[in-house]
Design a protein around this ligand. Sequence first.
Ligand code: ATP
Length: 579
Amino acid sequence: MGDNRSKAGVEPSERTAIGITFGNSNSSIAHVVDDKAEVIANEDGDRQIPTILSYVDGDEYYGQQAKNFLVRNPKNTVAYFRDFLGKEFKSIDPTHNHASAHPQESGETVSFTVKDKAGEEDAPSELSVSEVATRYLRRLVNSASEYLGKKVTSAVITVPTNFNEKQRAALIAAANAADLEVLQLISEPVASVLAYDGRPENKIQDKIVVVAELGGTRSDVAVVASRGGMYTILATAHDYEFHGIALDKVLMDHFAKEFMKKNSGASDPRENAKSLAKLRLEAESTKRALSLGTNASFSVESLADGLDFASTINRLRYETIARTVFEGFNRLVESAVKKAGLDVLDVDEVILSGGTAHTPRIAANFRYIFPQNTRIWAPSTEATAINPSELQARGAALQASLIQEYEVEDIEQSTHAAVTTVPHVTNAIGVISTNEAGEDVFVPIVPPDTAVPARRTFHLSAPKGGDVLVKVVEGNTHIKVTKPEPKAKENGTSKAAKVEDADEDGDDDSDFSDDEEEEEEEKREKVWKIGSTLAEAGIKGVKKGGKVEVSITVGADLSVMITAREVGAQGGVRGTLVS
Ligand code: ATP
């Protein structure tokens, strides 16, 4: 993690640290008060601060004010630049920069040409993406300092899981240039999990969590194993086609067509830069309104040819026209689970994070994909869900408050559970026990995907006493599928588990199925399968009703040490297996 820290170290006692999420579309700043993370509103009262800078007559605007200038001053407005940090021009995707300052090649990096000074009409400046990031971060930090009433010196910043070393280094350099010490870069999904796990009422539990970060220009999914408070990223998936902007586009097309239909002969507002910018801003605000209400209005003054336009749309219609995008999110989540070698039945929680995660249909679709007992953390599915737009900044702030007292060197050395992607066991390790029916069953002691090193202990009862053979084996799960009984339809009370009820069928606007006699779903359940034997230990002369304690220690090198002894008795058996 040597790259993850700032070169400009600040004495721990002098630090004021915050959490920052620095997105392509929006950024947020957060701090911790009384053990609770809180997102800070900037001077304009915004907690989601558009990642945009705009220059007008030498004045620099940032956030929402800069975003509003996309209509009147697009050329001197820089947007969607975060992903260009640490990249060469030939490897960037400038798709989203068409309506603002264009990125250009500049040596090894990317730059933008804007008029950032007053009175020098002919002398625009070429700003490298690093310089733009530095200026933007400086504004963010100033807002936080102003709010806190003291100078913010340090931060934990979130980054996507696929940010490479060069991108990380560029971000740290840009922050340092803004006089900000980077305590650590943590991955966005881990920050989101931390925001939930950091709630004071939370109990740390072993679980598999799918984090879906749905932003404006990208969607990222990570499958995270949380074992004994350690987080391991098992798989990630990324998509740059289905995202918030794709949803805006659906609404822009819809209203542009309606506008032309209502005003025959009027020009297409998508073909004029200013009209397009207006269309885009209003489409986004209509989309946001549809996350809260079932109806939303769309209204633009002088949209095109001097004509005003006002209309409305209901949520069902929106969900129908945006269906392709929603299906893209479904596929991405499913592919990540598959990539992790898991089944949806393995997933305990799904966390929806990022602005687009406010959309109720997305949570409803995920509810349909995952089994009933998987918690779907989204505003529309869980009353106690945290605002998806605030998760990453809150997680980063919690992490910052945890590590701000350490010296820079110690942070670098630290293998703090929350931030490290550590090696982990693939299969479970456990013992074979006998169930009531006299069958051998697998009892997991070290769950699959446990980060190592790890030590777990289990008490095996020996009701009959005598010589007890402890068999330590690997175990893995497989999905047992039971077909429904053919006659189950008669009384409609098949035991087969239904995945979801009728109105969540992921269908379009005619989606309230009248069909009472639904096909029964087959029953899918997770069952343990006994794998290869790792060790056998015989404990002699265990007293009747006694207990045998089995301890399994998995080393950082994945070697396994097993000890077995009778509880309360002398002696025991110990053995080490090398992976
Ligand atoms: P990225 O880096 O992917 O561009 P980000 O992390 O910078 O995104 P976010 O704020 O997470 O930014 O996501 C921005 C997207 O979320 C925008 O497309 C915005 O329109 C959308 N969004 C914000 N609030 C809502 C809402 N309430 N309902 C639906 N979409 C929303």
